[in-house]
Design a protein around this ligand. Sequence first.
Ligand SMILES: O=C1O[C@H](COP(=O)(O)O)[C@@H](O)[C@H](O)[C@H]1O
Length: 266
Amino acid sequence: MALPGVHTDRGELRVHESLEELSTDLVDYIAELSEASVKERGVFAIALSGGSLIGLIGKLCEAPYIKTVDWAKWYIFWADERVVAKNHADSNYKLAKDGLLSKVPIVPSHVHSINDSLSAEEAADEYGFVIRQLVKTRMVSVSDISDCPKFDLILLGMGSDGHVASLFPDHTVLEEKEEWITFITDSPKPPPERITFTLPVINSASNVAVVVTGESKAEAVHLAIDDVGADFPSLPSRMVQPTKGKLVWFLDKPAASKLKGLELSE
Ligand SMILES: O=C1O[C@H](COP(=O)(O)O)[C@@H](O)[C@H](O)[C@H]1O
């Protein structure tokens, strides 16, 4: 049984007993947002991350979602990508393609992956350009506060160091305010070259879900969510604060085990 969602200053917390239950709640949430967005805007612009997240959304290829989701209306993006060939084991695109995209009736031209023949800097520039074109045609909406794209949903994972997308703690990339997409060549987690959505883009989304599992991430979850004072201002996961959008944390019990004020029974 899931604990009921808890509403906090840091968003809604959904803590689950098992990965199976978390995965079901997560895909239901995605399917609901897809339906609402298609009803309202005619399309659903979703940005994926890599890592453990993809295994947790794999159920979208199964009944009932394979039939009930309006796949033709999906536009897919990546919140971050490693600068490797698309068929490389480290590619976030490959992970999503193998685990989801090749198994659902997505329109191939709606899949907006990064150009893997370019340098990190060029790939980030080109990805920003592609997103600008889609903002112009309103396949991706635009924020009414900043000039940033407003994705219907950005799905993020989190590393045990508190990184989200390819925004790493204490990295200058956290200060980027102008660009929508940027690049790094010194990622502390391999591979070193990556491109990433910037914080202004993440925080302009209509919905952001941060999906975190496992005890190794419990300390980072605590630092990202609990009231820890001003000591951790530059923890990327703590800087995920949608301006007008909704933030939901999908956690399993081990990841949530160091949160203060949550009654987690064994
Ligand atoms: O390097 C990355 O790591 C994070 C977290 O991955 P996880 O396997 O610990 O869940 C991921 O969200 C990001 O997209 C990826 O590039």
